[in-house]
Write a protein that binds this ligand. Sequence first.
Ligand code: HEM
Length: 399
Amino acid sequence: MTTSIPDRWGTHPDHIWLRGIRPEQRVQFDDKRGLWHVYGYPEAVEILSDPKVYSSDTARLFPIDIDESLHEGDVTHMDPPEHTKMRTLISSAFTPKVVADLEPRIRAITHELLDEVEGQDRFEFVKALAFPLPVIVIAELLGLPASDRELLKDWTYKITESKSPFTLKDSTAAEEKTNLQVFDEMSRKLNDYLLDHLTERRKRPREDLLTRLVQAEVDGKRLTDNEVAGFSSIVLFAGHITTTLLLGNTLLCLDATPDEAVLVRDDRSRVPAVIEETLRFLSPFPATSRATTETVDLGGQKVPADQMLVVWLGAANRDERQFERPDVFDPSRDPNPHIGFSRSSHYCVGAPLARLEGRVALNVLLDRLPSLGVDPDESPVFFPAMDLAGACVLPVRTV
Ligand code: HEM
């Protein structure tokens, strides 16, 4: 007998797909916000696969002009050919080997963090492990001092909280404009901090990702300082909260399906599939955005040019036209073509790292805490942001 996660704990009210709701119209105009929602899988894939018509440069629709020099390395909002150049250079520095080499360190950090809660019957999972693990890993990967962890946590948290994919140029909401100002201010601080570090790397190269990015060269092209700083800050906030949520969501999914929890505990070869199914079933980063460059026919709707589209990856991952029994958490589905890391040219750069962190952390948790489960007496708190799905507070029990 399983209980649905939203029924038991109450997830974000707008994440309707988590309750098994599939809107009849998979592409809908939202009068209130002046943008389009896309809930279907084939429609989402169509958008993600065509950057000419569905541009990632959504900033031109924002209500204030943000300082573009701070976002030169922001791959997420680039279109070809700039995007292709950036991705080629990034891939030459952030290689599969760089990620694979992190495995022992991720395991050691997970153990260190769990040592802190050793012997406790109950603890708060996000504070103890899910929040610190990704930020420590990314800071070490980039080569930033461990003593700056709190500072980095604070900046990434504020940047993540202050920007939403629903912000529009003609928005009258003062709150949205204030949020974007906070976003700009925090981005500037983080950018200055990273520029200081990379200037230092040019003088004294080290064995870290910042140095590799500074030195990266493909066909005679190199990244500028602003591009390295911009990309590094994207890594910090794109790779942090999302991974925090993945770790918590994995626990929530296993807690809601005790049979699966027993299976994976006894057979660790199932761990990667549990992580994949969590990415589909409770997608940590359920939305991304694109701007139309021309009038398009999408999902039976005519969408004019210069419209903001919110592509609900989480809803697409529950589309019954793509997945059989979409509302069942079933790690044995094979293939599992979820788009929790997006699709095509903007496919998540950090997917191998997120998968590795998920796999290592889950294995260590299963090894050390045989009775780990969500605390039945204390409800988790879900992130209030619409583009994040998962717990920001997750009380667990160990006995
Ligand atoms: C569970 C964890 C994660 C999830 C669910 C996730 C999800 C995503 C998604 C959906 C996109 C594409 C958005 C789009 O198409 O507009 C993306 C892009 C990106 N992610 Fe992740 N991500 C995760 C972890 C990470 C990590 C650990 C890093 C870095 C170490 C990272 C770095 C990036 C970067 C740099 C991009 C931009 C790629 C581009 O635009 O070309 N992510 N991520």
